[in-house]
Design a protein around this ligand. Sequence first.
Ligand code: ADP
Ligand code: ZN
Ligand code: ZN
Length: 830
Amino acid sequence: MANEMVRIAEVIVDVPANNTDRPFDYRIPPELQDDVQVGSRVLVPFGHRKVIGYCIGIKTASSSMRLKSIIDVMDMAPPLTPELVQLGQVMAEEYLCHTITALQSMVPAVLKGTYQKMVKLHPESREPLFSLLSDPEQQLYSLLEKRGECTWEEVNKIPGMSRSLLKKLIEEERILVEERIGDRVTKQKVTWVWAADADQLRSGLQTLSPRAVRQREILQYFLDHPGEVELSKLLTHIRTTRSTVKRLVEQGWLCWEEREQYRDPYGDRTFGKTEPLPLTKEQQRAFQAIVRPIHEKRAHTILLHGVTGSGKTEIYLQAIEEVLRQKREAIVLVPEISLTPQMVQRFKGRFGKQVAVLHSRLSNGERYDEWRKIRQGEVQIAIGARSAIFAPFQNLGLIIIDEEHETSYKQEENPKYHARDIAKWRAQAHGATLVLGSATPAVESYFKARTGEYEWIQLTERVHGRPFPEVQVVDMREELRKGNRSMFSQLLARSLKECIERGEQAVLFLNRRGFATFVMCRSCGETLICPHCDITLTYHQTNQTVRCHYCGYAERLPQTCPNCQSKHIRHFGTGTQRVEAELLRQFPDIKVIRMDVDTTSRKGAHERLLAQFRDGKAHVLLGTQMIAKGLDFPKVTLVGVIAADTMLHLPDFRAAERTFQLLMQVGGRAGRHEQPGKVIIQTYSPDHYSIHLAATYQTEMFYRQELLIRKRHVYPPFCSLFTIMISHVDRIHLMKYGQQMAQFIRNKAPADCHLLGPVPPPIAKLKDRYRLQMLIKCQTDPKVLVRLKHILHQIENMFDDRELVISMDREIMNFPVGYSDLLETSQSLI
Ligand code: ADP
Ligand code: ZN
Ligand code: ZN
C-alpha cells in the first residue's frame, strides 16, 4: 500500500491571471481513473471555489498526501486532443497570453464553462399554503413547480422579488440555490417512434376499439410507412397528442426512444452531387504539386498564387479527395464573408455529409454540434472561418487557407493568433500539406515563396479564358479642376447611366475604413506623411494637429498644401450612406441595395440582400469590402471604386498592400460572364504604385516595389513586430508607466530591437480608459526573440496597479515548428 503509485493530473485552471498561469497538480480519484485524460475538461477545487480546468498532463508520484482531488470530468470524451493541448502551450508562449485563454479559444463557446446559479425547491420543504404567500412568492412557486428549477436571473426578474425575500426563503429552507458549472447549450434530444412488431400491426388495428380513432390512425400510419419516424413529425401528420402515442407504447404496439440529435444548419437543403471536372493543364500541374507531399505524408507549404477564376477551388476539391482516399482529414479555411451558401454548396455538393461547416452565423448549439461531428470522427472535412483551424481532427492530411492574405485570419483579441501560423504548426505535427491560396498573397507569403521557404505555384489563366476587364483610373484632382465637386467622376456617372440603360447591373465599392480621417490636398492629392515612418498622419480634431501613430511625431494642421499651396486641403472620410444619398440625388429613378455593417447586422440579411440583387431587384449594389470578393453576378458589367485612396492613407504599413489586394479583387468581380466588364477606379493618387500597378495587372512589379519599401523602412517580412498597448483610467499614471516601461525595454532589450513610442493609438481613449502604444521592431533571430519575450513578461509584473491593463500583439515571422514526432505520441495517448 505504502509504495503504490498515484496518478496526478496537471491542470490549467480557468483563472486567467499571471500568478495562476501554470499547471496545478490534482489527485485523480479512483472512480475517475479512466475518464481523466490529457485534454479533459475537469472540475477542481481552487481556493474557496470550484473552477473548470484542462488537464494538460498526467504523471505519477509515490504520494499525493497534500493534493486536492479532481471533483469531476465534464465531458464523455476530452474536448482537446493531446496535439491541441501542446499547441495551446506554444500559443501562450508565442502570443504572450494565458494558457487557459489559448486552450479555450480552441473549443466551441458552449464549452467555456459558465458558472450558473440555479434555484430549486428545497427537497424537505412542505407544500405551502398558496393563499398565504405573497405575489412574488406565488410566482416563484408556480415557476419552480412547472420547470423544476430556474436560473437566479430568472427568479430576480419576478416582479416584486427582492434579495431579502430570497435570503429569507433560503434560510427557511424552502428553496435551494446551487452553484452549477455547466454548458450553455445542452444536446438536442429527439424522440423516435417505431412499430414494436410490424407484423402485429394489422391485428392491433382489429383489437383497438373503433372509437379510438386517433390510435387507429397511428397504427395505420405505421402500416403505410414502415420504419421509424420522429415523434414531432408523427404528431403533426396525424394531428394527435403525445399522450395518445404514449398509450400505444404502453400497450406494447409501439416503441419509442429519445436520441441525441445534431442540429444541422444545412439539414433542410439538398446539395446536388457534383463530379470532379477534368482539370486544365495549369490546374493539373498545381494538383500534382499538392498531392505529391500528401502522398509522401510530409509537412510542406505551398503558395497557390492564381488569378481569380483560375479554378483554385476545383483543385482544392480534388486534392481533398486524395486525402480522403488516404483515410486522412482536411481543414478548409475561407474568410467569414466568403462563407456564402454558394461556397458551402461547392463542398457539400462534392462531399455531402462528410463536411462540417463552422461559421459565426451559426447558433452556439449548431456550432457545437458541427464541432462534435469532427471530434467524434463522423466527418472528414471541416470548412470554416478562422477558428476552424482548431478543428480537433487527429489525422490531418491537408490544410487549405483560401484568400490567405485576408485580414480576418488574424484574431484581434487574446489569443491574438494568425490562422496561418497555427496551420503551419498543425501541418508540421501531422505531416500534412498546407496550401495557401490567393490571387494577391500577403507580401510575407510572397516573399517566402520567392525565397524558397514555400513552394510557389502560379496559375495565370482563367479557366474559361475570359479576359480581365478593362480598368480605367480617374484622377479626381482633374475632376475638381473641371469644377466637378461630386463624389462621382464624369466617366463613372456616364458609365453608370449607360450600364443601367442597357439593363445591366453595377457594383459600387467604398471602403468601410474610409472613416479614418487623414488629411489630403484635393488639388494635388498630396497627403501628409510622417517624415520618420512613411506612414500617413492622422488628423486630430480636438487640437487641430496631425500625428503619427507609430512614432508620435506631431505637427499643426497646415492651412495650405505644403506641396502646391492650394487651400483645398482637408480631412477625409466618406460613408456608404453619404454615397447612397448622393447616388439617389443624381439618379432619382434607380434602385440601390446598400450593404454595410448597418444593413447586414441581422441574421440572414447578408444572403437576402445578395439574392435580391441577383434577382435583378436593384440596379446598383453599393457596399464595403463585404461585396469585394467571392460573389459572382452574371449581369454585373460595371464596377466602380469610389475612392481608392481611403485605405491607402491609413496609418498602417500594410496600407499599400491592402489597397492593391482590394483593387485586384474588385476587378475580378466584373466580366466573369458573357458581357465584357469595365472597372473604374477613382483616386486622388493615380500615380501611387499600388493603384497604378493594380490597374495594369502588374502583380509581380507590385510585390517587388513593396518589398523594397518594406526593406528600406524595416517592416515585416524584414523584422518581427511587437505591439504593446497599455491602458489606464488615469492619464498621468498611464504616461508615467509608459515612460518607465519604455525605459526598461530600451535598457534591457537586445541591441537589434528598436522601440518606437509610447504614443497614443488612433483611438487614444476607449471606454473611459486612456491608451498608449509601443512598437518594437526586432530581428527574427530566435535567440533575440526569446530574450525579448522574457523582458515583456517582466514588464507585465512591473507595476502593482490593478487598473493598468497591458496587452501585447505580435507579427510572427516564424512560428516555432518542429514537433513532427508529436503525432505518434498523440495517437498512442488517444
Ligand atoms: P478561383 O477560386 O480560382 O477564383 P473557381 O474555382 O471559382 O476559381 O473557378 C472559376 C470557375 O471555373 C468556376 O465556375 C468553376 O466551376 C469553373 N471551373 C474550374 N475548373 C474547371 C475545369 N477544370 N473545367 C471547367 N470549369 C472549371
Ligand atoms: Zn512616425
Ligand atoms: Zn496640394
